[in-house]
Design a protein around this ligand. Structure first.
Ligand code: ARG
Length: 456
């Protein structure tokens, strides 16, 4: 097949080179954006008198026909035509004849691919932002139900202080809020119109890029023609926001995997979202969560892959840039799937409130409360810490919990300890006392939930 660029070549392309250089096997999915861009470009050319009205009409109706054919699955993609751009343009010329050859006036595949990617990523980012919001809503509604579920809070994966489950879940709502903001911020730079930069230097033809930006609903025009065709920062930012979000999903998955173990027994995962073992009949494995944790590595890899591709590229377009698409598409597919399956699964997790409550005081989690009690009675914190440490050691030596020590025993450690120490060792009251801003008391939990209800 004769290439659109064959004019200066004596030999035809080696078939190994066609295999090696093609991108149609993966960039075909940009077709709706490629056609949208071509229609806008045609309108601009007609608006500027570069094309006649009837020529533009013919080109646009040809493009619309191609749109239908692709949608109906009857369009034949050809590897010999390299990429999505040349496949569509070639088919247009086949359909409407030499007038179709006017479409590529004042345009290069370099600005065309930059445009397609921006249109694609603008839609995709908006969809992902909505997806994060839905997931946050699910987290929030579970948090509301678990506002009184007391559990141990951990540092170093050791029992630290009691919290409520809602507080733990709201921490994730916060994390995903930052993710959403990162995508929203990236959207500002994605929303920049590169078309009309042509290959790199602009054009001698009287185009109007501002008009193009307006009809394609872009907020900004890429202001430098060389930057316009060589910039992939917007994809790197997208991959970076995705890598950070996957890290959040991976942490959440890891916690749920731990909580589902026999040792923790904090949760029961829904049957529909777990898998069995081919040999051990009793098994119910958290494979979905493990795969989310595992796929995080792939998304990190995509970010590193594109950063590495870009790191020594001279201006402007180099074919290396074609390697941006596979990591991008793979990441989009991954985060779409992760968002959707987590949003489905999360509300169906059963929390074992009784077990969490029991665990909440195991491991001397109220020791800090005793130290703060002594502080309120006037003891410097360092001394209060020391005295409480002695109480803990005493309890450990006798194999008792703090709440199992008698007031008499406790009084032996400091003359400041009085009968009101009983209240300090009541975990429900301990939760209510943590009233500082953003803490785990019911009043602060309520404020956090209200705030997110307004935002979401
Ligand atoms: N398939 C190419 C890519 O993905 C499109 C741009 C090609 N431009 C060129 N001059 N070879 O980047």
């Amino acid at each position: 097949m004769k290439k659109p660029w064959a004019g200066r070549f004596k030999e035809s392309t080696a078939s190994s080179v066609e295999d090696f250089t093609e991108s149609i096997s993966f960039d075909w999915r940009l077709w709706p954006y490629d056609i949208e861009g071509s229609i806008a470009h045609t309108r601009m050319l007609a608006h500027q008198g570069i094309l006649k009205k009837n020529e533009a009409k013919e080109i646009i109706s040809g493009l619309k026909e191609i749109h239908k054919e692709i949608e109906q699955g009857v369009f034949q993609w050809k590897k010999e035509l390299e990429d999505v751009h040349m496949n569509i343009e070639h088919s247009l010329i086949e359909k409407i004849g030499p007038i179709g050859g006017k479409l590529h006036t004042a345009r290069s595949r370099n600005d065309q691919i930059a445009l397609d990617l921006r249109l694609y990523l603008r839609d995709t980012t908006r969809e992902i932002i909505k997806g994060i919001k839905s997931f946050q809503k699910r987290l929030l509604s579970v948090a509301e139900k678990e506002a009184e579920t007391i559990m141990p809070g951990y540092t170093h994966l050791q029992h630290a202080q009691p919290v409520v489950l809602a507080q733990h879940l709201l921490a994730y709502v916060e994390m995903f809020q930052r993710d959403r903001e990162r995508y929203e911020d990236g959207l500002k730079r994605i929303d920049t119109m590169p078309l009309g930069a042509c290959a790199l230097a602009g054009t001698t033809l009287p185009t109007d890029r501002t008009y193009l930006a307006r009809i394609l609903k872009f907020k900004r025009v890429a202001e430098n023609s060389m930057d316009a065709v060589s910039d992939r920062d917007f994809i790197i930012e997208f991959l970076s926001a995705s890598a950070i979000m996957m890290m959040h999903f991976s942490r959440l998955s890891e916690e749920l995997i731990l909580w589902a173990t026999e040792e923790f027994s904090f949760i029961d995962l829904p049957d529909a979202y777990t898998t069995g073992s081919s040999i051990m009949p009793q098994k119910k494995n958290p494979d979905v969560l493990e795969l989310i944790r595992g796929k995080t590595g792939r998304v990190y890899g995509s970010l590193m892959s594109l950063l590495t591709t870009m790191k020594a590229l001279p201006l402007t377009y180099n074919r290396d840039l074609q390697e941006d698409k596979i990591p991008l598409f793979d990441t989009v597919d991954t985060i779409r799937a992760v968002l959707s399956i987590m949003t489905e699964m999360f509300p169906r997790i059963r929390f074992n409130r009784k077990r969490m409550r029991e665990a909440s005081t195991e491991g001397y989690t109220l020791a800090t409360d005793i130290a703060e009690y002594l502080v309120m009675k006037g003891l410097p914190f360092r001394q209060a810490h020391e005295v409480t440490g002695q109480i803990v050691r005493y309890a450990i030596e006798r194999g008792k919990g703090l709440e199992e020590l008698s007031v008499q025993e406790l009084k032996g450690f400091s003359s400041l300890i009085e009968d009101d120490i009983r209240d300090i060792l009541d975990v429900e009251k301990a939760i209510r006392r943590r009233k500082s801003r953003g803490a785990t008391s019911p009043s602060e939990i309520k404020k956090q939930i209200q705030r997110y209800k307004r935002m979401l």
